[in-house]
Design a protein around this ligand. Sequence first.
Ligand code: ADP
Ligand code: MG
Length: 277
Amino acid sequence: YAGSTGAAGSTGATTGATGAGGATLEARRISAWFGDHKVLDRVSLTMPTGLVTALIGPSGCGKSTFLRILNRMHELIPSASLAGEVLVDGQDVYATGQRLTEARRQVGMVFQKPNPFPAMSIYDNVTAGLKLTGVRTGGRAKDDLVEECLTKAGLWKEVRTRLRQPGGALSGGQQQRLCIARSLAIRPKVLLMDEPCSALDPTSTRRIEETIRELVHEVTIVIVTHNMQQAARVSDQCAFFLAEQGTPGAIVEHGPTAAMFSAPSDPRTSDYVEGRF
Ligand code: ADP
Ligand code: MG
């Protein structure tokens, strides 16, 4: 695990070209409001299959709102509205007739604070989403799925002998891996991660970063992070969001991560990535 952006970038690109399991996610001219308050202004971004896309930028610039729009969680907030399109492999997830559960099945989400069902067993946590999405699996197939997802999340070896213990008994880093396994169980094409390591120690953070680099071969990943080193280590491309002085959030600059960090084209990007605001 080199942690080098260049290496990560080329690996991702190769995987994309050979047809990874993930889908290309495309946001077109997304604007968002809470009541009359406009918080995103015409944000367009393509997040290709086989790549990790990092969303960076100061607090309050609309990164979490943008993620919620990508998997139709935004519409659960009563005051929220939006304009624009979200396409998963060319299919509009907001098209009339497109089922909400289908949109959520294709695009999974992992949050900042690990949120397994604490009293539910590790095993049942992994399979918790299957019922919600209408996927039916039983017996041996279910056991295999649990093993597969825990393995992909890098947790199998640690929990294989105690699958019946409660999810809440795991450490914070393990709980976050359990949440990743739970997301993978519904076989999403895209995995959205909103500051997934902000609540974790450096070792757990590093392990999740390694997991992300492995997962991107089969699921497109979009990660929000405030940690610039993390963005440099895990992402292939980066988008810098900014909401300047009362204006809604927008993308100032986006492109390959290595270029964004070594030679940003906008002075506001260099100020941000070098920690000047
Ligand atoms: P970020 O994730 O970049 O910190 P958010 O997407 O959380 O930014 O927030 C963007 C803007 O939307 C902020 O001004 C925030 O106050 C506002 N906002 C976020 N969630 C809600 C909500 N549920 N109701 C009203 N305003 C919200
Ligand atoms: Mg946020």
